[in-house]
Design a protein around this ligand. Structure first.
Ligand SMILES: Cc1cc2nc3c(=O)[nH]c(=O)nc-3n(C[C@H](O)[C@H](O)[C@H](O)COP(=O)(O)OP(=O)(O)OC[C@H]3O[C@@H](n4cnc5c(N)ncnc54)[C@H](O)[C@@H]3O)c2cc1C
Length: 504
């Protein structure tokens, strides 16, 4: 189909993209009775929470360390999102969040058990025993505030009033932490420079910025929930989360279309009223939600000439983070030392933490779910930050060579923790920022927005409504940022705000 044509089907809401943020907002709305159409450019749902299969291995494309599958409190947003549409997932508890392999022999594990983690960290910094406890205890204060209340749209005044009257202490607590960054809080209690570097890494490994630029709200959530709800891996791989959400969406009477790339958000009198696909097909709805990044939404799906001032201001405060160079490996099981953990972080020189291909992240999900690989083998996802500029302007053979050289360097570094890795390789696939851009539909393959300079915590992060009437954003370009549980929060908030707007 080339000429544009419009379907007669009437939708309440169109969601552009089926990342976890998009799917959670879609399922929240579908569960309330709204008729939702999700349009996904790729052949399966999930975006950065998707998967692919090769030669008997099932690889997660991105996320593997999953928060939000707890059974208690209110911050277990993945459990709640699935439940809202009557689906569920079996998960496997991970006893250790991360095994750090850091400079100057700083080798330690973040245990699910809080006291065990504090003990292990303190054994490296005995003179900071009190500071360590006070810093991490303060993170719990943030978490306890969040975990006391239902997490919905902060743009909905009646909800805000309700939670304020139900939980005044928690709300005031959160207001206090909203403009703060984790680095400032850490320095109140800790002075050892090496320990502060460790806190930087604790933040960098999920926020891709050091502690000084990492909002305290996010730090409080991550540093506490890992010991509360814990890290839990979905049986069958991370790709099961979006697949289950889609099952729930369809059971609730809504629809998803794949290979449906939206190229334009249609406006009438300045209001978003529909979308146009690459094949010319048009769809209309009362509300439009974009799960694409803000850059893709306001520079590609809308004309950059009409970019609202608010977006321009946001772009002055936030920039695109790097993307990743990803190695997806199949390895012989005997390569892994006994008692290996699922998630590792490797850095040999503190000065290189934020550099191109500096810090290496490793996930080995088959240690939790062996069914993702043939018997006697494991999957390893090793990834390291990389900018798209490193990969531009290459001929096809130069690109191949550069990928092979980069992969060999990473494997050589990983030999420090997994001796014999190179010899034990059975399968290897290398993804670059170009791969992330192509398959995840994300500008420059970016992991998401990061502050350009030190901002006041999360205050400048936009919520779901935009300056364009009828248009909402959801996912990691909105409050509270990157990570599956964070984008699920954004999905709950977006679904809630639209449901109120539409009278559901
Ligand atoms: C390598 C890597 C490792 C990570 N590790 C973790 C981890 O361990 N734990 C964790 O919690 N998080 C992790 N993350 C982050 C987490 O995966 C993301 O923050 C989260 O998945 C982003 O979700 P989202 O809803 O913003 O959308 P995305 O995942 O970006 O999905 C957006 C969807 O929209 C579709 N789309 C875009 N444009 C269009 C269009 N024009 N038309 C139709 N469809 C469109 C895309 O195809 C995609 O499916 C990781 C990310 C990466 C890349």
């Amino acid at each position: 189909m080339n000429a544009s044509s419009t379907t007669d089907t009437h939708y309440d809401v169109i969601v552009i993209g089926s990342g976890i943020g998009g799917l959670v907002s879609a399922t929240q709305l579908a569960a309330k009775g709204a008729k939702v159409l999700v349009l996904e450019r790729y052949i399966i749902p999930g975006g950065s929470a998707g998967y692919f299969e090769r030669e008997g291995y099932r690889f997660d494309v991105g996320a593997s360390m999953i928060f939000g599958f707890g059974t208690k409190g209110t911050t277990n947003l993945l459990t709640r999102a699935l439940k809202a549409v009557n689906v569920s997932l079996e998960t496997i508890a991970d006893p250790v969040q991360i095994h750090y392999h850091l400079p100057e022999g700083l080798d330690l594990k973040v245990h699910r058990d809080y006291e065990k983690f504090l003990e292990e960290l303190t054994s490296h910094f005995p003179h900071e025993r009190e500071g360590i406890r006070r810093f991490y205890d303060e993170c719990w204060k943030v978490f306890n505030c969040l975990n006391a209340m239902e997490l919905l749209s902060l743009e909905e005044p009646r909800y805000l009033m309700r939670v304020f009257f139900q939980h005044p202490g928690a709300c005031l607590g959160l207001l206090k932490y909203l403009p703060q960054n984790a680095g400032d809080v850490a320095r109140r209690y800790i002075s050892d420079p090496k320990l502060l570097k460790f806190i930087d890494m604790e933040c960098y490994c999920w926020s891709v910025v050091p502690a000084d630029q990492t909002p305290m709200i996010n730090a409080g959530m991550v540093f506490s929930d890992r010991h509360y709800g814990g890290i839990n891996y979905p049986k069958g791989g991370v790709g099961q989360i979006p697949l289950k959400l889609v099952e729930g969406l369809e059971k609730a009477g809504s629809v998803i279309e794949y290979q449906a790339r939206v190229t334009k958000i249609l406006l009438e009198n300045g209001k978003a009223v529909g979308v146009e696909l690459a094949n010319g097909q048009q769809y209309r709805a009362k509300r439009i939600v974009s799960n694409a990044t803000r850059w893709d939404t306001f520079e590609k799906l809308l004309s950059p000439e009409i970019m609202p001032d608010k977006e321009k201001r946001w772009q002055k405060r936030y920039q695109k983070s790097p993307s990743f160079l990803s190695l997806h490996l199949g390895i012989k099981a005997n390569v892994l030392p006994p008692q290996s953990e699922c998630h590792h972080i490797l850095l040999e020189d503190w000065q290189r933490m934020e550099d191109e291909q500096g810090t290496i992240f490793v996930s080995i999900p088959t240690l939790l779910d062996p069914d993702l690989a043939p018997e006697g083998y494991h999957i390893v996802h090793a990834f390291t930050p990389s900018w798209i500029d490193e990969w531009r302007g290459l001929t096809s053979s130069q690109y191949q060579l550069k990928k092979e050289e980069a992969a060999a360097r990473i494997i050589e570094r990983l030999e420090q923790i997994f001796p014999g890795l190179a010899k034990g390789l059975d399968y290897q696939e290398v993804g670059t920022p170009r791969t992330h851009r192509r398959f995840l539909g994300r500008v420059d393959g970016s992991y998401g927005p990061i502050p350009r300079y030190k901002l006041a915590g999360l205050l400048a992060m936009p919520f779901n409504r935009t300056s364009i009437a009828g248009l909402y954003c959801v996912g990691d370009s909105t409050f509270p940022g990157q990570g599956l549980n964070a984008v699920a929060f954004s999905g709950f908030a977006c679904g809630h705000r639209i449901a109120v707007d539409l009278g559901y």
